[in-house]
Design a binder for this molecule. Structure first.
Ligand code: PA5
Length: 440
């Protein structure tokens, strides 16, 4: 992986380099803020063959029985698996007559009645299983979805039959989901105490659903392990892509660039953007500080957001995940009539046109006052995506420490929950209920 910041026009000062390296050292020494949530730092290298085999065996059981697996979770218990799955899968797989792997779909990431109704209706045509994921085991959205899905599976397969089609991923001892999984006898995987939700994609939270969907989780972990080594304590600043990215985005922020737009010219990476937004938004957006993480998928969004990026408020910078080589080859053919005037492209690969779009947009945006960071990965596969995930996690920890916040808590996400419970008359919220209803 390469992090190219030439088009930001920045020189990274010795002071900022030292700050980034000190922040990285703090992540390794465990002496910084939020240090009880640093289990992700050495997570890739701690995953051994046996742990992967156990996950693969559980996935194989679900694959044997089910052609549809509903993965239930929200936030960090959803976005990592969704992001990797979208990056790896053929987006048109469902159009194929033969499905090689169970289809993995998601629930519990919203409270939409129509969403769950439509899912349950479509699920009737399939052999269904479920993976329910919640670290706290008490999150409302997945709990509601699981109550409905569990009841439907039990009605269809009986209690024992349903238990053979359900797996749980949760805390090792606490929470309603842990109790429920123990009582029902579901195979249960543990989210380590010291790994927060948004840093948990390389635990069973991500690995189990991905293994069910046929993703090579060994290659994913290998890519993360390589990136763990490439960004370890003691690696020189110039060699450490996570330190460079963290330093550059903090320099841009200090220069008034308050919004970072992550983008890619490969639509398969769209949910990597969503995962990244949670990672950076929840980690840095606190104490009245933090870069606002936004995203675009290109070139589609040039036809919606392109105008603003080019000429709107100059508070933006862009980070582009640039993919050097696609997996497949498609050529623009010559056309005798040339009515669309595209014969000048004849013989070129689509990826060459895409690359010229990327370079042209980069220069246009830089000319318009939008600095550009380019993160280049060689191609999209499990190994490069595993590396990318860990790269962003490490850079997030470094960046948060440079900013001076605790990157590993999320006190702000509680506010809406209190209001929602008060509005729903949850026992214990009587006073809050009266107060909030008076405000409506
Ligand atoms: O990053 C986080 O901690 C959050 O986004 C959580 O992942 C999210 O709120 C879901 O929590 P849980 O896994 O406890 O259901």
């Amino acid at each position: 992986m390469k992090v190219d910041y030439a088009k930001t026009g920045l020189e990274i000062s010795a002071e900022m380099k030292a700050k980034a390296l000190a922040a990285n050292a703090l992540l390794h020494s465990g002496e910084g803020k939020g240090n009880d949530f640093l289990g992700w730092v050495k997570l890739p290298s701690s995953i051994d063959d046996e742990a992967l085999s156990v996950i693969e065996a559980a996935a194989a059981k679900l694959r044997e029985k089910c052609d549809l697996v509903i993965c239930i979770g929200i936030g960090g218990s959803y976005l990592g698996a969704k992001a990797v799955l979208e990056a790896m899968a053929n987006p048109f797989q469902l159009l194929k007559k033969k499905q090689e792997h169970p289809t993995v779909v998601f629930a519990g990431q919203n409270i939409s009645e129509d969403y769950i109704y439509n899912l349950m209706e479509a699920a009737q045509e399939h052999e269904v299983g479920a993976i329910v994921i919640s670290k706290s085991g008490t999150t409302t959205e997945p709990a509601i979805a699981f109550r409905i899905i569990k009841a439907a599976l039990e009605a269809r397969y009986g209690k024992a039959g349903a238990a053979e089609r359900i797996a749980a991923v949760t805390d090792k001892a606490r929470g309603a989901l842990k109790t429920l999984a123990t009582n029902e006898g579901y195979p249960t995987f543990v989210i380590p105490d010291d790994v927060g939700g948004r840093f948990s994609v390389l635990t069973p939270v991500g690995l189990l659903p991905l293994a069910v969907a046929g993703v090579d989780i060994r290659a994913l972990v290998k890519g993360a392990q390589q990136m763990e080594a490439a960004t370890a304590e003691g690696v020189a600043f110039e060699e450490n892509p996570a330190a460079i990215y963290a330093a550059v985005r903090n320099l841009l922020y200090a220069d008034g660039k308050k919004i970072e737009i992550l983008g890619s010219y490969e639509p398969q990476l769209q949910y990597i953007n969503e995962w990244w937004k949670q990672l950076y938004g929840e980690s840095e957006g606190k104490e009245g500080k933090g870069i606002f993480p936004a995203s675009v998928t290109l070139t589609a969004d040039l036809h919606s957001m392109g105008q603003y990026i080019q000429e709107g408020e100059r508070t933006l910078f862009e980070t582009i995940i640039s993919v050097a080589e696609p997996k497949h080859k498609v050529i623009v053919e010559a056309d005798e009539e040339n009515l669309d005037g595209l014969n000048f492209m004849a013989g070129k690969r689509i990826s060459e046109v895409n690359r010229m779009a990327e370079l042209g947009v980069q220069l246009a945006h830089v000319d318009g006052g939008v600095p550009n960071i380019r993160i280049e990965i060689p191609t999209i596969n499990e190994e490069t995506i595993g590396g990318l995930l860990y790269f962003f996690e490490k850079a997030c920890g470094i960046s948060g420490y440079i900013l001076g916040v605790n990157p590993f808590d999320q006190p702000g996400v509680e506010a809406y929950k209190k209001n929602m419970f008060a509005l729903l008359d949850k026992p214990g919220y009587e006073e809050a209920s009266k107060a909030i209803k008076a405000r409506l």
